[in-house]
Design a binder for this molecule. Sequence first.
Ligand code: AMP
Ligand code: MN
Ligand code: MN
Ligand code: MN
Length: 291
Amino acid sequence: MSQDLSRDLDPRDPHSINADLHCHSFYSDGTLAPAVLVQRAKANGVELMALTDHDELGGLAEAAEAAADLGIRFVPGVEVSVSWGGETLHIVGLGVDPDSPELVAGLAGVRSGRDARAREIGEQLAAVGHAGAYEGAAAMAGNAGLVSRTHFARWLVERGACDDVRSVFLKYLVPGRPGYVPHHWSRLSEAVNWIRAAGGVAVLAHPARYRVGELALTTMLEEFRTVGGTAIEVASGSHTRDQVRRFARIAAAEGFEASRGSDFHSPIESHADLGYAPVLPDSVVPVWHRW
Ligand code: AMP
Ligand code: MN
Ligand code: MN
Ligand code: MN
């Protein structure tokens, strides 16, 4: 796990507040309970955190309560799956009201196809010698409504098919490999609308992860702005320093605010531990000036 705090954090400087606005609990594809995540964040020096489970708000109440007990500032969040031009994008919503009817209904729709997809993934894996994958992945999921590729990956590791989750995603579960089932998530405009209807701000998650060229990236950012997107996750646990610099330049040039998040899933799988995403450059406006 790379620990990339490249300069000392000065609590008087809003840039250097240790904000971690992207992580996952076992309500989606993380392995820890919400309260355990909050304790870990606190132990790592995080001052402001958001829980952003995939397409799911179920862990927010527990996380908020733990954060209040431990004296850490908490922002309720979510990470919405979006289908855009043949690519899956992730839009983080920050500061969302978990009781918003629009958001609750929208996310229920996004989750609804997951089980059928998971069964198909299981069938494809059975065809290459991994029978029982659906049952195995479902048993590993903390939330029966949210069986994700990560759970299949963990099951394949447990079975000895690959050494770790990252290598699973080179051999299985991705386009052109066994266990990849294309899926229709939400539209970009829908995801942003639900987040805004819930009083939140929309953040384009880990932009360096999308397999798109310059032109498509420009189109993506234009469309994201047009539909009401506010910020880009410049500092992600999955970004290199060069990628942080690149997206800081883009955020400043295009008038987007900037977010920072580890995208922590588990103590043994994630690029960065809670609180250890790269630091935001001074050239950008941190999205957390709002909280
Ligand atoms: P799903 O929403 O079911 O398609 O699963 C997507 C999840 O798989 C992401 O949120 C990541 O946690 C995980 N994932 C996708 N690609 C990779 C990768 N290359 N390495 C590790 N985890 C990945
Ligand atoms: Mn995930
Ligand atoms: Mn993501
Ligand atoms: Mn994530």
